[in-house]
Every structure is written in structure tokens, then in C-alpha cells.
Design a protein around this ligand. Sequence first.
Ligand code: TXA
Ligand code: MG
Length: 329
Amino acid sequence: MEPLFADTAAIDLAVSLLHQGRLVAFPTETVYGLGADASNPDAVRRIFQAKGRPADHPLIVHIAHQDQLCEWAASVPDSALQLAAQFWPGPLAMILPKQPQVSALVTGGQNTVGLRMPNHPVALQLLAAFGGGVAAPSANRFCKISPTLAAHVAEELGTAVDLILDGGACQVGVESTIIDLSGKLPVLLRPGHITREAIAEALNTQVLLSPGIGTDSIRAPGMMAVHYAPTTAAVLCPTDQLAALAAQLSSTGQTSALLSYSLAAEAYGYDLGIKLPAQPEDYAHKLYASLRTLDDWQVALIVVELPPQTEIWRAVNDRLGKATKRASV
Ligand code: TXA
Ligand code: MG
């Protein structure tokens, strides 16, 4: 499946495919989504088949306007309206109690639904023209790295998707922040570009951290320890140990590549590598494409320089933690 440049004609085609219950991959500001009509159970079922994703994992419903919140959420608390006013369209998904008619396929059988208004002109044009909600997980196979280019979607999903709209590289580069507003206090389920502090400040309240972040036990697949993983084994390594690890790897004859942000790979003794910007938002923008490139090099081990353990790096650290869990030196 060749991606189609997302002009108005391509978007019109996408809208008619969605109405027919087909799958359309489209760009958002975070990552590419694999979209289907959220009110059509057969269409939603196709998402799970295409991704190879277990059926109990809920999907986010994408909407074009704040007014559509009440079509999907049984109650819309003030906190949701405040966050929507401040951050939508934008990289924030909200979990709210669901309307009774929202399919259990979309919610993974839960009594809540995830909602988001993405900030990308193609996504917004598509959603507005379609009119309804579009269920869209990231357009990758289950447990693989999310796509940030149309070409990534084509590589990964091939003919399992009916149309890929090409809207260029995703600006943010990591998935949306997910905030659960269905309980007394907001709970951060997935860190992202919009930080916990920004939400706490907007709502003037405490924002809890989900106890499940970084563990295997949780209902949201984005929260499993192993997720977003490259095929190649990968380890996180603190900056001051990078050179020693390079020496150890070369003494055992293992090929490796470094993903760094401080200095180029050669400076630490690695033959190959990618140096990302030392600023979290620019780093996030390039992270997934870089992991795909490192994976393509087919080295024995990908070494990732551990970023600063600070709040502004939380989303990046969360994704790196998941991408590197499987390996140990
Ligand atoms: O940035 C994004 O959110 C991208 C783009 C395409 O919009 N989408 C995305 O979807 O990352 P996905 O399915 O890969 O991740 C959605 C996350 C999952 O971890 C899912 O479990 C969680 O949202 N989620 C959805 N509905 C939920 C609910 N009712 N309760 C708890 N978690 C929910
Ligand atoms: Mg995903």
C-alpha cells in the first residue's frame, strides 16, 4: 500500500472508506493512527486484526470538536472542559465514563472511553468531514514502535490497511498524554508532550501517577513494560558508563550502535550511532524513526544513553524504558 499525499481528494476518499467500514491510516501531531468508524463494530474489529492486538485493549476515539465529547462520554466533568479548552486540539487523551451505546470493542469492555482531538490539519479535516468519531490506535503492529512517517505505516501494515494518508513527519513524535478523569482526582496513565505539571496547573489540583506506569499489570497496552520495542536487544546506559560498555562489547566481538544525545557515538568508542538533540521535545520528535534505523542496522545490541531523570524528560524516559526492558548486558 503506497501512501497517498493527503490533499483534499485523498481526504474525501478516506472519508468514504471510513463510511464503508474500511481502515484509513492518517497523520496526527503525535504518531500515525490506524482509523476506523468508532460506531461500526465490524470496522473496529478490523483494527484489531490489522494490528494483531488483543481485543481487551481499548482504543482512543478521535473527534473534530469539543461538542462531540458528550456523544461519547456519559458525563463531562468541568476538568475535561477545562483541559479541552486549554490543550485541544493537541496531544492529550482524556478517559471519561462512556455513553451506554459506545461499543465494548472500542473500550476493551471497560465503562470508560478515551477521547482526543488531534492537532494536525489532515486529521482535523478528515474528522470534520467524516463527522463521527474515529477509533485510532497507533498504526503499528502490536508491541512494535509507533510510526511517525507514512512510510513506516506502509512497511508495517502493508495491505492490511485500505488507505494511508501521507501528511509528513509527526511533529511531537511520541503518543499523547493520557489522563484519566473518571475518578475523584485525575490520574496520569501515559506521560506525553503535555506534562503532569501542566495538567496540575491547568486544573489547580494534584495529578496522581498511575501505579501501573512501567509495569505489566495494567489495562492500557501503552503501559505494559514491553512495548514500543525494536527487534534488536536494547539497553539503557548512564553517560558515565558508555565508554566502559563500548570497551566491554568490542572485547567480546559484539556489534553495537549507540543512541546518544551528549556526544557522537565515536567519542564513546562505538562504531555506529545516531546523535539526537539534547532537548526533550526535539529528541522525542526523532526518537521512533531513530529506533527504526538502529533496528535496520542489525547490530547485536542497541545502547541508549540514559537521558536526564527529570520531569521534562518523563515521556521520553517512559518510552525508552519500554523499548529497552528486554535486554541485559
Ligand atoms: O497519540 C496518540 O494517542 C495516538 C494517535 C494515533 O492519536 N494513538 C495511540 O493509540 O497512541 P494507542 O491505541 O496505541 O494507545 C492508546 C492508549 C492505550 O494504551 C489504551 O489502552 C489507552 O489509550 N486507553 C484507551 N481507552 C482507554 C480507557 N478507557 N481506559 C484506559 N486506557 C485507555
Ligand atoms: Mg500504540
